[in-house]
Design a protein around this ligand. Structure first.
Ligand code: NAG
Ligand code: NAG
Ligand code: NAG
Ligand code: NAG
Ligand code: NAG
Ligand code: NAG
Ligand code: NAG
Length: 385
């Protein structure tokens, strides 16, 4: 670790390398999701007690050989969720030094990094608590509707990015994008959307909960305030970083397009995504729509109502092992998703996952069975454009 930090101080003033960018439009984004897990279910790449056990240098070397130009990683880990052992807002250096190490190694391989967030660390709770709870909002919907949740997330990203930059400008500049919340969605079974009549006031405007158009507008407005506030906070630290929140299509969770945030039967999937076309009318820099191999792909692509005003990425695509008998068949199924997406002018694709054969539930990985899927989908074997 010390050696890495020494290199940083020696080379920290050289001109920045940017390997990919949403702005350049020179090359398609071709990435992988690298998600080392704890117990097959919990993200753990940057977990201090585990970080040194991942074979990161080898994996990045292989990613480069297979031609990938970016890697998507998750910031979450038990240490982050529990508040880094801190009792007030801030990031532990024990965590950030691992992130910096990863960013530098990726940079050495000319691989750009997309960071992905989700829930706020526990030590940011004081920020959340310093704002009043919004009326008529319950459960998971507080994430988007609660000003305190927004302020905490904004502060978290500012703290994290400032600390990374302090440790290494090269590491800092290798972050080309931030997905502020993986697959952001609201629950139609929580307030305000579980209320199907009466009025809900949000930011001084009244919404008639019996009307689909009002329900969607309420979600759009809340989503825009949430996204724009956090984008502004990140851009304050670096205007170079592209920011969005990844999404799935409403058609992936039982809706037929953006149907007015309709409630679902008890036991049905209660998630409803934010609307991409609304987010990019605001400050989101690009759309990131996740689409997995299934016989529902065309409906998901159509139902997502993508706007082409800004770049479109498919930051996750993959194949569930339960649906595809072997890796060769899975590779062709994923290839078909990507080909189907050409009509919607996607700017890139990230495959789920690089090597997480322990994930529960299990998805075919790029590297298993002697790189069967890499030999079909990787940029070295399948250049696009
Ligand atoms: C992982 O699984 C083991 C055994 O099932 C359990 O004892 C342990 O608490 C789990 N760890 C986490 C972090 O969930
Ligand atoms: C950071 O790691 C050191 C050594 O492992 C440990 O003593 C310290 O408590 C950790 N700090 C935090 C804030 O977790
Ligand atoms: C929203 O909350 C306010 C204040 O608690 C309450 O008076 C109102 O009835 C609620 N609206 C609905 C539709 O339940
Ligand atoms: C943004 O990118 C430009 C050009 O690559 C670079 O000169 C500048 O230092 C970057 N800004 C930050 C805050 O990293
Ligand atoms: C995958 O399954 C197909 C169809 O059953 C078969 O033709 C092919 O040989 C299998 N490939 C591998 C690598 O097992
Ligand atoms: C794995 O693939 C490489 C390159 O395609 C090949 O040379 C090698 O023989 C394969 N190994 C096995 C065990 O199949
Ligand atoms: C790589 C890439 O995204 N290329 C796009 C650049 O812009 C043109 C015009 O909008 C598109 O047609 C390309 O697909």
């Amino acid at each position: 670790m010390r050696i890495v930090l020494l290199l940083v101080s020696l080379f920290g003033i050289t001109s920045p390398n940017k390997f990919v960018s949403f702005r350049s439009n020179q090359t398609y984004l071709r990435g992988t999701n690298y998600i080392p897990l704890l117990n097959g279910t919990r993200h753990a790449l940057f977990e201090p007690s585990l970080y040194s056990t991942w074979k990161i240098e080898d994996e990045l070397t292989q990613m480069k050989i297979y031609g990938y130009n970016y890697v998507r990683v998750f910031l979450s880990c038990p240490y982050l969720y529990s508040g880094f052992g801190l009792s007030s807002p801030g990031i532990s250096i024990n965590y950030t030094k691992n992130l910096v190490d990863f960013l530098l190694r990726a940079s050495n391989h000319q691989i750009s990094v997309m960071l992905t967030g989700d829930f706020n660390p526990l030590n940011y709770q004081s920020i959340i608590n310093s704002y009043p709870l919004p009326a008529n909002v319950t459960g998971i919907n507080l994430i988007v509707f609660h000003r305190g949740q927004i302020a905490a997330k904004a502060q978290f990203f500012q703290d994290l990015l400032s600390q990374i930059r302090l440790l290494s400008q090269i590491a800092f500049e290798n972050i080309f994008a931030i997905d502020i919340f993986n697959e952001i969605s609201i629950s139609v079974h929580c307030q305000p959307f579980s209320l199907t009549n009466g009025f809900v006031s949000f930011e001084d405007i009244l919404y008639d909960m019996s009307k689909g158009i009002d329900r969607q507008q309420l979600l759009d407005i809340a989503g825009n305030i949430w996204m724009d506030s956090i984008v502004k906070a990140i851009k304050f630290i670096s205007s170079n970083i592209s920011v969005t929140a990844s999404l799935f299509s409403p058609n992936a969770v039982g809706h037929d397009g953006f149907d007015g945030v309709e409630i679902r039967p008890v036991g049905a999937d209660d998630r409803y995504p934010l609307r991409s076309a609304s987010l990019i009318k605001g400050l989101a820099d690009y759309t990131d729509l996740h689409v997995y191999a299934s016989n529902n792909v065309q409906k998901e692509l159509e139902g997502a109502a993508l706007s082409r005003e800004k770049p479109i990425l498919m930051g996750e695509t993959g194949a569930y092992t339960g649906d595809f008998p072997n890796a060769s068949i899975a590779a062709l199924a994923i290839k078909k998703v990507i080909i189907d997406s050409f009509n919607y002018r996607f700017n890139g694709w990230g495959i789920w996952t690089w090597n997480s054969v322990d994930q529960i539930p299990r998805f075919w990985t790029l590297t298993e069975q002697n790189n069967t899927i890499n030999k079909v989908l990787s940029p070295s074997f399948w250049p696009i454009g």
